[in-house]
Design a protein around this ligand. Sequence first.
Ligand SMILES: Cc1cc2nc3c(=O)[nH]c(=O)nc-3n(C[C@H](O)[C@H](O)[C@H](O)COP(=O)(O)OP(=O)(O)OC[C@H]3O[C@@H](n4cnc5c(N)ncnc54)[C@H](O)[C@@H]3O)c2cc1C
Length: 599
Amino acid sequence: MNRRTFLKKSGLAASLPLWPRDLFAKTAFRRRRPSDADWPSEAAWKQLSDAVDGNMIRVEFPLAACIDAPDGAACKTLGENLRNPYFIGDQPGVTQTLGWIDAWTTKPSVYAVAAKNADQIAAAVNFARENNLRLVVKGGGHSYQGTSNAADSLLIWTRHMDDVTMHDAFIPQGCASTHAAQRAVTLGAGTIWMQAYQAVTTKGGAYVQGGGCTTVGVAGLIQSGGFGSFSKHYGLAAAGLLEAEVVTADGKVRIANACTNPDLFWALKGGGGGTFGAVSKMTLRVRELPEFFGAANFTVKAASDDAFRRLLREFVGFYSEQLFNDHWGEQAHIRPDNALGISMLSHGLTGEEGKKAWQPFLDWIARSPGAYTIEGGPVIASLPARNWWNPEWWKAIGQHVFDSDPRPGAAATNAWWTGDGGQAAWVINGYESHWLPASLLEDGSQEHLANALFEGSRHWQIELHFNKGLAGAPPEEVEAARDTATNPAVLTAFALAIVADGQGAAYPGVRGHEPDVAAGRIAAARIHRCMNELRAVAPNPGAYVSESNFFEQGWQHSYWGGNHARLASVKRKYDPSGLFFVHNGVGSEEWSADGFTKL
Ligand SMILES: Cc1cc2nc3c(=O)[nH]c(=O)nc-3n(C[C@H](O)[C@H](O)[C@H](O)COP(=O)(O)OP(=O)(O)OC[C@H]3O[C@@H](n4cnc5c(N)ncnc54)[C@H](O)[C@@H]3O)c2cc1C
């Protein structure tokens, strides 16, 4: 029973004015829930619906089908659909990740404004502020931290705001005297990267720096800094932001760019999603596309621990000499079974140039046939960059690299890299990241790094994401990234180490598909021990806000380093009452974990 209902029922309400003033001054500000007597009336919700041209929906929870009838046909169909990130993205009531052991579980909002434009977003922002509601914003729905869902909330859902407009000569508003016109693309806040790549690369023959995963949302990725496979060449996705249209907590539709609201503009470049306002569109730089993108794929299995140590030592030295440049990104996996998995991508190299780069390492392996075997390859090849995000082209050459949306009538371009599919509807056991400084590649440090990789891999698999550290990138891209809110540790890191695990599809209350909490905790503990081995050789640098631990210690420093203080002042300026709240977002310290109660 809430305070007001209690007072009413007990007849004490009439005596309220007689109570000491400071009694309720001490009562924390609390956002309303549907169970509260002062939750907005049906008539009030109808007014909001009218204000947004009817684009307001009562949010269904798709997983209810399985909680209510786990053996039913509807649950079976849902189970199949949950393998499809496009299906998930089309549901306002569920997110790509279903939860995180001991951290969060996806929950639907009560109502969603399925916004079509900035004015409708503004109506939702005003309604939430005026009625003390918990507000949440969802674009692509790919937050690992669960920051785009909240029970008992009003959701701003941007899925349908996916207009894409190419510009030959874009100048940010108010910047005519300072900025030269340049190629750019304006993307509605609900656009996912596949839609951007179709317009800019497949059709336009050019490049925009976005995310690796095709179904990640544009607005969510840019606000978290954002890396794609080729970020070692093009830099941080957020650094490509030229202008944003954003609705701030006061309901104003603002333009943010280098000349207008530059502080807000800077904060939107990596300061974290769902924190400074609700973005309605973003304009990004369009870049030159090289003739080729390429790949190097193979796995080296070592015959013993000792051989694996030597392999890691050799790889670190080889990476430093041959691959530590803007041509090579993506991943190396260091596995507990003494295997080194290479799945790296190249920018601007022919197949021959790619092979030449790898030959010294392959020769070294070949010299010890008893110690190493190569599984699955090596495949080192390049292909026309323009077809990189063209699923039909890949199909035509017989390469199954994309899975497609199987729903009748789905666009052929509704596709995701096969490697990303496992994360649809998963529950995270543990997820940690840590930037590794390029100083670890210096001669005197390579041994330490290799040893730490070996020791860490005794606990869990380590992924080195070379494209998520900007050391080795062109100097102008490093400088552009410096002018974002992302932790400056990214500028001098050669890679982001990620250690992660999940299970699923799983959801509490679904018989036969309950998350295995015990297994999840064991995995999380191992992941933490694994990452501690790397922290020991690289103390302090920080973690990538979007791909990090829900329980990140000292997250303000981890995510933003020395930029946090400036972000906090931008937050106070544009959202003094904390309308926009996300877990471990700037300003979230002032709120309870669920964002309902002011501390
Ligand atoms: C399978 C998978 C692959 C990934 N791959 C990459 C990768 O290659 N590179 C990389 O850098 N990251 C990657 N990520 C992380 C991803 O970039 C972030 O989680 C990103 O924030 C997701 O954005 P979204 O719009 O899809 O998610 P959402 O969950 O919708 O949003 C993420 C956050 O941004 C906020 N937000 C969304 N839209 C708006 C808006 N219009 N205005 C204000 N706030 C908004 C939300 O409130 C939330 O806090 C990946 C994640 C997954 C699940």
